[in-house]
Write a protein that binds this ligand. Structure first.
Ligand code: SIN
Length: 289
């Protein structure tokens, strides 16, 4: 084992990898690990610890089979299996995210263009704790993934807004096309939706994070549609400020793991003339409190 220098703290460390912060907002690249190789429990704990401290971790130049990717994801917790069976890969724990069409049929979910900020599965009672994306084909420009730090967004809220949302819940609905236009009104019949605290506490770090997002949060409990909608729009504009955001420009063979309990993510637009193919694994989470 080599002695590495942990660049974010400038302190010597026995870790066999370097930690390079990705932005002032959040994120760190872990350099020197091969995820296809077996990982001791001790080493894994160091990786998880870095993830808790940096919210998003990046490992570049990884060459992973589907099974190797799933094995690494399972170290963090049980897999949340995709309910969209037709986008599953050979390993059913993997869902393809892609704009590629074969014989006119999409091979993956979330195929095209820009996506608003969101957290994965927040319409479910137990939203995904973490999501891992592994890039196989990426466009030459765009299709970047943006990550916002939900701890910092909460901490930097004006006191008056903190007071307004204290102890309240918001409704999160899986209705991507309608959320922005129907905000403050009733969720359409049959749309999966769930109430969660607007401010949740991360079970591992004990820190509070803002848990609403523009793509899926539609109403605030106990407030009229207009008042709730106005507060939500204020919260979205606040949490999406550049100061809280890291923008990831993908290269093939990147592994990114993000924590849905304290980050939200979005995607920038990209050309439909270029191919984008990612393998995604989601890890089950707990009920937000
Ligand atoms: C996602 O929202 O899970 C996909 C993000 C991406 O395609 O960059």
């Amino acid at each position: 084992m080599t002695t590495a220098h942990v660049s974010d703290t400038q302190a010597p460390s026995p870790l066999p990898f370097h930690i390079r912060p990705l932005s002032p907002a959040l994120g760190a690249e872990l350099i020197g690990l091969d995820l296809s190789a077996p990982m001791s429990d001790e080493l894994f704990e160091s990786v998880r610890d870095a993830w808790h401290r940096h919210l998003v971790i990046l490992l570049r130049d990884q060459h992973l089979t589907e099974d190797e990717q799933v094995r690494f994801a399972e170290r963090f917790g049980p897999i949340s299996m995709s309910t969209r069976g037709h986008y599953q890969s050979k390993n059913p724990a993997i869902m393809l995210i892609s704009n590629i069409r074969e014989d006119g049929q999409q091979i993956g979910a979330l195929p095209d263009g820009e996506m608003h900020f969101h957290t994965d599965q927040c319409h479910q009672e137990r939203p995904a704790m973490a999501t891992m994306l592994y890039s196989i084909e990426v466009p030459s420009v765009g299709g970047n993934t943006l990550f916002a730090n939900a701890y910092a967004a909460y901490e930097m809220l004006p006191a008056a807004i903190k007071q307004k949302i204290e102890g309240r819940k918001a409704l999160n609905a899986y209705d991507y096309d309608a959320a922005a236009t129907t905000r403050g009104t009733k969720v359409r019949e049959g749309v999966p939706a769930c109430w969660h605290p607007i401010v949740r506490t991360h079970p591992a770090t004990g820190r509070k994070a803002l848990f609403v997002n523009r793509l899926m949060t539609v109403a605030i409990e106990g407030l009229s549609g207009d008042e709730g909608g106005e507060i939500l729009n204020t919260l979205f504009d606040h949490q999406e400020q550049r100061t809280f955001v890291y923008e990831h420009v993908w290269r093939p063979n990147d592994v990114l793991l993000w924590d849905n309990r304290c980050t939200l993510h979005a995607r920038t637009d990209f050309s439909d003339k270029e191919r984008r193919l990612m393998r995604r694994v989601a890890i089950k989470g707990e009920k937000p409190v």
